[in-house]
Design a binder for this molecule. Structure first.
Ligand code: BGC
Length: 507
């Protein structure tokens, strides 16, 4: 009997020891996993470091590259493209003009009325629709037939029926937001695609000619009076409302900037003459590159797996097309190193499953238990039951990636201001701040990242203040324009309409 009791006691003790060992082992393992998650987080934070000192280096690099891109063709990754827009609309044009806006996730058709009143009044109707995914990689004919049909439907609807709609010639501004080498304000060839578009037969082809052919196929009599980048449309509308507007920025699916440059500074195009002495230059800043940019292994992987490796490096760190995917890559690394997010979800390894608006929603989740974060992880990435402390890590990752993007965009803006002598430093020659009288400087801005993502906007403003100092920054105003890329194109169509042609001369 006694032996039985001893045996049971020994057995129980062994079980207890095993349970205790398992519990302790489990804790140690989970502590180790947690440490790995924290290590990945720390590495991302370090990799995305964007101190004001580093941002100032980016500012200088941007200004230097702008000079290089203006000095010679191919002199910099910044293409600094001529737009042949040299007089920005000032409210004197009247009439009704159309615009097509193609370049991001959505496609817009607009009708803009410039009323014969003083002060000038502008009204517009707009119709927006997503671009069907398959058209982004199809043929130019498919894409432009779709665009021309949408335009035709819009005109018929807006002008009370097909008969009235199709019997007179209309002027059209065409916003095409990709790098285009322009030959005039209304012609230009596509240099390359960005933002996931890839229609091979269009590269090297005259873009308005493709549209014109599709308009003819649909029986629409329209003259493409202006071909503009979205930044240029935004600058045109910004300047129309506020003549202190000197530059414009887009931070949406893609990112870019344009600004008013003195014609004599465009050295690569000797003999260029314009009535104003200025020309709008489309920087294509998405392609900016500098060794000062804080780049992580996630950026390198994203770039090498993209359809355009080594291109659009700045855009891939800043714009809405990519931010969500950088965050997804970090979460995936955390999973690979620690498996703390539970069983692997195939969605987590799938590029672009986490779109930037979803990432922003997680970042801005202010519920105490981060309910929205849990929902998005479950519904979009198919990772259920993520514990609260891991959800907090996810929010932190969103914060790090977004903060870096916003701060780099701010540095880019100051780079432009520096190039045109509006950063309070006396430009690239660096006169003393106290010698410089700051002019009111307006930068028109558009794109969902800036207008709909509060934390992004706040980080961008904070960085502008840090780089410029508050005394200078107060003279720099970022103004959101509404539908600027499209409305601005219609304004430019008006100022370049057949009745109102003003040419640029090449001596
Ligand atoms: C394009 C630019 C465009 C920007 C914003 C970039 O990918 O190259 O032309 O302005 O996106 O839409």
């Amino acid at each position: 009997m006694g032996r039985v009791v001893v045996g049971v006691a020994v057995g129980l003790a062994t079980v207890a020891c095993a349970v205790a060992a398992a519990v302790v082992g489990g804790r140690i393992r989970s502590r180790r996993k947690w440490k790995r998650v924290v290590r990945v987080l720390r590495e991302v934070e370090e990799g995305c470091e964007s101190s004001v000192e580093r941002l100032r280096q980016v500012v200088d690099a941007m200004a230097v590259e702008m000079h290089a891109g203006l000095a010679s063709e191919g002199g910099s990754k910044l293409k600094m493209l001529l737009t042949y827009v040299h007089n920005l609309p000032d409210g004197t044009d009247k009439g009704t003009y159309y615009a097509l806006d193609l370049g991001g996730t959505n496609f817009r058709v607009l009708r803009v009325h410039l009323h014969d009143q003083q002060p000038s009044v502008l009204e517009h109707e707009v119709q927006q629709q997503p671009i069907p995914q398959h058209l982004m990689t199809s043929t130019s004919k498919d894409l432009f037939d779709f665009i021309a049909s949408s335009l035709k439907e819009f005109i018929e609807k807006e002008e009370d029926g097909p008969e009235l709609a199709l019997d007179r010639r209309r002027e059209l501004g065409f916003t095409f937001s990709f790098p285009v080498k322009q030959m005039s304000v209304s012609s230009g060839i596509l240099m390359k695609w960005t933002k996931g578009f890839s229609i091979v037969d269009m590269v090297g082809v005259d873009v308005p000619a493709c549209l014109q052919e599709a308009l003819i196929r649909k029986g629409l009599d329209m003259r493409i009076a202006a071909l503009v980048n979205d930044t240029v449309g935004t600058l045109a509308l910004g300047h129309y409302h506020d003549s202190d507007t000197v530059a414009s920025i887009i931070i949406g699916t893609g990112t870019n900037a344009c600004y008013l440059e003195r014609v004599d500074a465009i050295i690569k195009c000797q003999g260029l003459l314009t009535t104003s002495g200025y020309m709008v230059v489309n920087m294509e800043w998405g392609n900016f590159w500098s060794s000062h940019l804080p780049r992580t292994s996630y950026d390198i992987d994203l770039d090498s797996e993209s359809p355009n490796p080594n291109d659009q490096g700045f855009e891939k760190m800043i714009s809405g097309m990519y931010l969500g995917d950088i965050v997804r890559r970090v979460i995936l690394r955390m999973w690979l190193e620690s498996d703390m997010f539970g069983p692997i979800s195939s969605k987590l390894s799938m590029p672009f499953t986490l779109r930037t608006p979803m990432m922003a929603a997680m970042h801005e989740d202010d519920s105490p238990d981060l309910r929205e974060v849990a929902r998005i992880l479950k519904d979009i990435l198919e990772i259920p039951d993520v514990p609260l402390k891991l959800r907090k890590v996810v929010v932190k990752v969103c914060d790090v990636v977004t903060r870096r993007a916003a701060r780099l965009a701010a540095a880019g803006i100051v780079g432009i201001l520096k190039k045109i002598g509006r950063d309070g430093s006396g430009g690239i020659t660096g006169a003393r701040r106290s010698d410089v009288k700051m002019k009111r400087t307006v930068v028109a801005i558009e794109g969902g990242l800036y207008s709909s993502y509060t934390l992004f906007r706040e980080y961008l403003h904070e960085a502008l203040n840090e780089i410029l100092g508050e005394d200078i920054a107060k003279h720099v105003i970022l103004k959101v324009t509404e539908d600027g890329s499209g409305v601005g194109a219609a304004l430019l169509a008006a100022s370049h309409s057949s009745s109102d042609v003003d040419t640029v001369q090449l001596l």
